[in-house]
Design a protein around this ligand. Structure first.
Ligand code: NOJ
Length: 603
């Protein structure tokens, strides 16, 4: 899905376990793994576990099937926890597993305090939390507060009569020009992010209800305090079950402009209106997205989260926001203030979804999130279940693995927490359906052929090269891409130069090198348009240089100490490098092959 269309869009105190001899990593090199527990939270800084964390998104339907029905499930996830622990994952964001008609594959929830039988039982969930805890992995739930399923009992009550006490839990309006015999026109021109009008006529009670997403996803009325109270209860329910936090779905769209005025038409460069992927006139969505009232709710939810004592994991729970916001200022607002804190980790979608390997843009956006968020913790993210995978947005079809090393270096070698999507670590490729009749995501059905929907990034996890890639014993709900023969966990585990081993090494570096834990990011060689270089530095710690070639040609950079450079030395000890990179004799002469990466500790 096009990110534009989707409005709705972890510091360990490791002092005791640091410096695990990452120096001589051959090729891109692998050193023996530290005992996994050594990579995790020390007892000294549990409170801040989320400040330099490695968070992994699991799309449960596609991760691992345990009962042979072709659909991933909770027991499947539990069976893969050892893999995640070895990779260095500290928290799993679970896309929704609640009971749901699955119109939007779980983002249409019909019971906020249950488990969909397709994914297992509450006992399976409890076992997942307990087994994850044994491996120091936290579970973060997806929380969808913007809308429910139209099959949720609350909506069924709401639509039963205008007088029903739940009527005002959702957004109902009269049509324009409605008469006893005609429904008139929708209240205004607002559009659903998933195509066409955001208003759906309900014949029984003769009013329109508002849905930012599918027709089957009616929006809650967040001006009604009863809605807020209901969600307080839901959040407490899951916190008491041991979850370590929530990722708040579509959080920026909780409110609508109370004047109900039309959205404005967008104009192209010739000043003309134009059609979007769904064939609708393109509109801005300023009246239904990122309204200031959102911050009040987030601030309230933070208080609720902070009020419940942790019971499974010590330390703070984390609030992650799906915050596709247009500017760094808007992102800053999502953190709240010291007195009125909001999200600890609103996702930064400005870096990860640049969608073009452009050095200057990355330098500027990474610099923004380092310098313009008041010392808060950035949460970088480059992929998820709504956007084409890295290959389709950054790849060139020839160097995709090397390009993914480039992207993952920005993700894991920058200050802050890192969020990545299952399958990225093995380089899974976007595989959209080729025929409309195979499409599962309704976005693809409405948008075909311009927008083929999100199936392409939701194909089953490729564990091995067997018929169903080790995902299931039955034909999976989405087909397994034929590249599973080479792109799979088993074969990459066996290859020291694989992307999977690169991810493991980078994550280990992020978690164990002292300056990677909190050190600031300072851009180096800032006029260079081919190579992005930066320094991680912190008083009293050895600085580290990171240099990434964004081009398909070899490049040489000078990162040595000069009066204009922040680099405190002329030589570096290699910590990690991609295949084909030689140890530089000096920082004045770092040579990088196409899309090469060099990371070294300044001496
Ligand atoms: C964002 C979720 O990531 C996406 O999958 C979903 O369709 C929309 N929000 C609506 O809940």
């Amino acid at each position: 899905m096009n990110q534009k269309n989707l409005t709705a869009g972890l510091a360990l105190g490791l002092s005791s376990v640091l410096t695990l001899g990452l120096a001589a990593l051959p090729g891109m090199g692998q050193t023996p793994h530290p005992a996994p527990s050594a990579m995790h939270t020390s007892s000294t800084d549990l409170e801040n576990w989320w400040k330099n964390a490695v968070i992994y998104e699991i799309y449960p339907r596609s991760f691992q099937d345990s009962n042979g029905d072709g659909i991933g499930d909770l027991n499947g996830i539990t069976s893969r926890l050892d893999y995640l622990q070895k990779l260095g994952v500290e928290a799993i964001w679970l896309s929704p597993i609640y009971p749901s008609p699955q119109v939007d594959f779980g983002y249409d929830i019909s019971d906020y305090e249950g488990i969909d039988p397709q994914y297992g039982t509450m006992a399976d969930f409890d076992r997942l939390v307990a087994e994850a805890k044994k491996r120091d992995i936290r579970i973060v739930m997806d929380m969808v507060m913007n809308h429910s399923s139209d099959k949720h009992a609350w909506f069924e009550e709401s639509r039963s009569s205008r007088k029903n006490p739940k009527r005002n839990w959702y957004v109902w309006k009269d049509g324009k020009g409605e008469t006893a015999t005609s429904k008139g026109e929708p209240p205004n021109n607002w559009q659903s992010d998933f195509g066409h009008s955001a208003w759906e006529w309900d014949e029984k009670t003769r009013q329109y209800y508002y849905h930012k997403f599918y027709i089957q996803q009616p929006d809650f009325n967040w001006n009604n305090p009863e809605v807020e109270k209901a969600f307080d209860g839901i959040l407490k329910f899951w916190m008491n079950k041991g979850v370590a936090g929530f990722r708040f779905d579509a959080i920026t769209t909780l409110f609508e402009d109370p004047n109900w005025i039309d959205d404005k038409e967008l104009l192209d460069k010739d000043g003309k209106t134009y059609l979007n992927d769904y064939g609708d006139v393109s509109l801005d969505d300023a009246r239904t997205n990122n309204l200031p009232e959102v911050n009040r709710v987030v601030e309230h939810v933070r208080k609720v989260e902070d009020s419940v004592k942790p019971n499974v994991f010590p330390g703070r729970r984390v609030m992650i926001g799906e915050t596709y916001v247009p500017t760094i200022k808007d992102l800053l607002a999502m953190y709240g203030t010291t007195d009125k804190p909001e999200f600890q980790l609103p996702m930064d979608t400005q870096v990860g979804f640049i969608n073009k390997l452009d050095v200057a843009t990355f330098r500027s956006k990474l610099n923004d999130v380092e310098t313009k968020i008041d010392g808060n913790i950035p949460l970088l993210v480059f992929d998820n279940h709504d956007n084409a995978r890295i290959d389709a947005r950054y790849g060139d079809g020839v160097h995709d693995t090397a390009i993914t090393r480039v992207i993952s270096t920005m993700l894991f070698a920058s200050r802050g927490s890192a969020l990545f999507y299952n399958g990225a670590e093995i380089g899974m490729k976007t595989t959209p359906p080729t025929r409309k009749e195979d499409v599962k995501d309704p976005v693809g059905l409405t948008g075909w052929p311009k927008n083929k929907g999100r199936d392409g990034e939701r194909t089953p996890m490729q564990w091995d090269d067997s018929t169903y890639a080790g995902f299931s014993t039955a034909a999976p709900w989405l087909p397994v891409p034929s590249n599973k023969d080479t792109i799979n966990v088993k074969s990459e585990e066996a290859d020291p130069d694989s992307l999977l081993n690169w991810y493991e090494s980078l994550i280990r570096l992020k978690k164990t090198n002292p300056v990677f834990i909190h050190g600031e990011n300072v851009m180096l060689d800032t006029e260079n348009t081919k190579v992005l270089s930066w320094l991680r530095k912190e008083p009293g710690k050895q600085a580290v240089v990171v240099s990434v070639n964004f081009t398909a040609e070899p490049q040489t950079v000078n990162l040595g100490a000069t009066s204009a450079s922040e680099t405190p030395g002329h030589h570096a000890k290699t910590l990690l490098k991609s295949p084909g990179v030689a140890d530089p004799e000096s920082l004045e002469n770092v040579q990088l092959p196409p899309f090469g990466v060099y990371i070294g500790e300044v001496e």
